[in-house]
Write a protein of this length. Structure first.
Length: 286
């Protein structure tokens, strides 16, 4: 049985399980289209929703674009895509080549973007698909898109450890995972589940970003722990991770995202993450 099969219908995923039944190890690797080139792929993951995973993806992509790298975002959050809205891009910018390859939409600062929302007539239309079909769409985004000379691709994953993360880890050449969390009592368990999945898939977690870590009063400069005291340092130590950033609650950033002006956000809080990713891309992980 394939990892993408449902418990009641082995035909739902469309994968031939005969090789697995024979004890063989099937190859799920996705392959880029002719003319495409992606040097480095990093996945942005969270154990639960609502922690700011797409924000971190956006900040990383913007930071690398500002540094002069050809950067791309593959929005793998099929049922909850928010990347196009953040960059104010829509399906009007999506082109198709003569070979029927999608050409990514380009943001103001040159970030190439593919997202399910770019394929819908209306951005508010729901995508009501089973997990296996969603996972297949993510693989198609990688294989059937003309990714020209991309230095860094960031995959914005859906929350949790389901079909899509499994497909991404099995199919895409992910070099490392950036884990996103928030200051809550359940953070250790949530991070643990995601980290353990990454280990099972032999993908390195290069660090963790804590979003909504604090709010800094613009008048007195005092930091307030709106969502409770941070435990990220202890959690990171427990799982042997590096803390890449502690992002504050920033109303200016939220406003820019809501207005579709993600290209203008301040990416300096991600400087350490950028340095770590750049080093890994150059020399490899430990």
């Amino acid at each position: 049985m394939s990892e993408q099969c449902t418990p009641v219908d082995c035909e739902s995923c469309g994968i031939d399980c005969s090789s697995r039944m024979a004890g063989e190890n099937p190859d799920f690797s996705a392959h880029l289209s002719k003319g495409s080139s992606v040097k480095h792929v990093y996945a942005v993951m969270s154990g639960k929703g609502g922690v700011g995973k797409s924000l971190v993806t956006t900040m990383l992509a913007c930071a690398f674009a500002k540094a002069g790298h050809r950067t791309a975002i593959l929005d793998a959050d099929i049922t909850g895509p928010s990347i196009p809205k953040a960059f104010n891009v829509d399906r009007d910018g999506l082109k198709v080549t003569d070979d029927q390859l999608m050409v990514p939409v380009e943001s103001k600062n040159g970030i190439r973007i593919i997202s399910a929302n770019l394929l819908l007539d209306n951005e508010s239309d729901p995508i009501i698909w089973r997990g296996a079909l969603i996972a297949s769409a993510v693989k198609q985004f990688y294989e059937e898109t003309l990714w020209e000379d991309i230095d860094y691709m960031f995959v914005d994953m859906p929350p949790g450890t389901g079909d899509v993360p499994l497909t991404v880890f099995q199919s895409l050449p992910v070099e490392g995972i950036i884990m996103v969390t928030s200051p809550q009592d359940l953070v250790s368990m949530i991070v643990g589940k995601a980290v353990n999945m990454a280990k099972m898939m032999a993908k390195p977690v290069i660090g963790v970003v804590e979003n909504m870590s604090y709010y800094e009063c613009p008048d007195c400069g005092k930091k307030h722990s709106i969502f409770g005291d941070s435990h990220i340092d202890d959690v990171a130590q427990k799982f042997g991770l590096s803390v890449l950033a502690k992002l504050p609650i920033d109303t200016k950033t939220a406003e820019l995202i809501d207005q579709g002006r993600a290209d203008e956000i301040d990416t300096t809080p991600m400087d350490k993450a950028v340095d770590v990713i750049t080093t890994i891309a150059k020399f490899g992980s430990k």
